[in-house]
Design a protein. Structure first.
Length: 168
């Protein structure tokens, strides 16, 4: 009789212990994993550092766009055209006023380029046809892997607005 009673009590205790397992929101195993492996969507690691330097000269806006590889390793970039960088100018209301690639011809050639760690790409643009006003300039790479966008506010005063722009 004592054996049956101990068996029943043991079974009840075992069932009680087992039903209590997993009753909490987190288990030890999953909390350890979440601490050591953060979700990929929360990771932010910049591979490239973009920069715009603007200069006004004789009524023209000279734009110097540089992109530096700061990833610590070589990075491959694939360009679908001969145009490696582009810019868009938006007016004060956010409407696109001008895009460089809309106004120039470029070759339709796939070009791959490896940018070594700490290497810099430099592109120069000249904008000469914006009427007076406030604008937002965005310059970016046209590579499949990386955009490296940089933006700067522009205020145009005393514009001659002759309709020309160039890139180097």
């Amino acid at each position: 009789m004592k054996k049956k009673l101990l068996l029943v009590i043991g079974s009840v205790l075992l069932a009680g212990f087992l039903s209590g397992c997993g009753a909490g929101d987190k288990t030890n195993a999953s909390s350890e994993v979440s601490k050591s492996v953060p979700p990929k969507q929360n990771e932010i690691a910049a591979a490239f550092l973009p920069q715009i330097v603007l200069r006004e000269e004789k009524g023209k806006i000279l734009v110097r766009y540089t992109v530096k590889n700061i990833s610590g390793e070589p990075k491959k970039l694939t360009f679908r055209t001969g145009l490696e960088a582009d810019f868009i100018v938006y007016d004060a209301s956010g409407k696109k006023v001008k895009q460089y690639s809309d106004e120039v011809m470029s070759t339709q050639v796939i070009k791959e380029m490896t940018i070594e760690n700490n290497q810099t790409i430099t592109k120069n643009f000249t904008i000469t046809d914006l009427p007076n006003g406030k604008y937002r300039l965005e310059v970016f790479l046209t590579a499949k892997e990386e955009e490296a966008k940089a933006a700067e506010d522009l205020i145009i005063k005393n514009s001659s607005s002759n309709g020309q722009q160039t890139s180097q």
